[in-house]
Design a protein around this ligand. Structure first.
Ligand code: FES
Ligand SMILES: [Fe+2]
Length: 391
């Protein structure tokens, strides 16, 4: 018999003894807007399931009028996922007994005999939802806070002359903190030696202000054989790049002409979806000073994105998925981290998760107190009534 004891997996957030262990167990605060899917990917009458860190899955559906709704993905009857159901009008219908729910999550119709009973009163949780930048965004936190929480602002993608953009998304088997470490840590140019999006990076600024970590690198931007041909080096300074981990989002900016946002959806402890939007002021026709015209940019971006941006980001996917495997095997090995920017991102993620947990705990305690007071009031009323009866 194998007498070897099996090694325990990585610790939970509460058990974790250092920042690296903590960040790899941390969630992301649900009280932000998170993109869950591209708007064009959900057709009329379609229902998709989306998941967010530790919460019940959500059914997002587009009704027959074209409006999107997000409600808990479960039928109140026998808990089937509503995402296997169907849409009729503005309702979603469970496929089993046909119970119907509206976009607010209310059970509005039961098509079979109720055996003389009243119509059950059931309301599933519903979620604030918005569509912006071609993405469907959901607020998984306290719904009443949704209106006061800002979404990322990308003015370049709005208005009459939006910049050309290339959205790309991946779902990777890796913890969200590994994605954030990856996108702002420019020590990994080796991984991208074929595409050379950044080379010879030197950290020039590292500063945490509020909930944003700012990182500036002096670096050669976009020196790839293909992508490098189209960058207008005469008019765009490509010797430095600014990056931000603007919790929970990440962005980069090269001379206000080349930018990206990365939105991470934490699905579970080892699954994350990364949605990137790259956008560009302009490109030039290679070996000329001529700007590629706006009307052509859209088509150009599709080709350029497929040839260079997508395979480049796929390299990051390979790296973070391998890091996840390595972490689960060797989480207890000593930390050897040299880039202080990585430590700053991790510190922010841990702090925000601690703040979230503390708020949730305070909420639970407050609820408990209200329950206790109510019980005491009832007991006091009962005692008074009993005393009255005894007189
Ligand atoms: S399980 Fe959904 S209607 Fe019965
Ligand atoms: Fe990378």
């Amino acid at each position: 018999m194998d007498t070897q004891t099996q090694k325990k997996g990585p610790p939970s957030f509460e058990e974790a003894k250092n920042r690296r262990l903590k960040v790899r167990a941390a969630g992301l605060d649900p009280n932000y807007w998170y993109p869950v899917e591209f708007d064009k990917n959900v057709a009329k009458g379609q229902i998709i399931e989306v998941r967010f860190w530790g919460q019940n899955p959500v059914a997002v559906y587009r009704d027959e009028d074209g409006r999107l709704h997000a409600i808990e993905n479960r039928c109140a009857h026998r808990q089937l996922p509503l995402s296997v159901g169907l849409v009729r009008g503005n309702r979603v219908i469970c496929p089993y007994h046909g119970w119907e729910y509206n976009g607010a999550g209310e059970l509005v119709h039961v098509p079979h005999d109720l055996f003389g009973k009243k119509m059950p009163r059931c309301t599933l949780r519903s979620y604030p939802l918005r569509v912006r930048y071609g993405l469907i965004w959901i607020f998984f936190g306290d719904a009443e806070r949704a209106h006061e929480v800002a979404m990322p602002e990308i003015p370049e993608l709005e208005g009459p002359n939006p910049w050309a953009s290339f959205p790309v998304d991946f779902t990777w088997k890796a913890h969200h903190s590994m994605l954030i470490d990856n996108v702002s840590d420019f020590t990994h140019e080796f991984l991208h030696r074929k595409f050379k999006p950044f080379s010879n990076a030197k950290l020039k600024r590292l500063e945490t202000i509020g909930d944003t970590v700012f990182v500036d690198y002096d670096t050669d931007v976009g020196r790839g054989k293909f992508s490098g041909l189209f960058i207008d080096r005469e008019n765009i300074s490509t010797s430095s790049m600014e990056l931000g981990y603007q919790y929970p989002y990440q962005w980069s900016n090269t001379d206000n002409k080349i930018k990206h946002w990365c939105f991470v959806l934490p699905i579970d402890e080892r699954t994350s979806r990364a949605i990137f939007i790259f956008y560009f002021d302009h490109f030039i026709v290679p070996f000329t000073k001529v700007r590629i015209p706006q009307r052509v940019m859209k088509h150009f971006m599709k080709v350029a994105g497929r040839l260079s941006i997508k395979p480049l980001i796929a390299q990051d996917g390979l790296a973070v998925e391998s890091e996840q495997i390595g972490y689960e095997r060797h989480w207890d090995e000593p930390i050897v981290e040299v880039n202080p920017a990585v430590n700053a991102f991790q510190a922010l993620t841990v702090r925000k998760w601690e703040e979230y947990l503390a708020r949730e705990k305070a909420k639970r305690e407050e609820k408990e107190l209200v329950r206790l007071k109510r019980r005491q009031a009832l007991e006091a009323a009962d005692a008074a009534a009993a005393a009255d009866g005894a007189e």
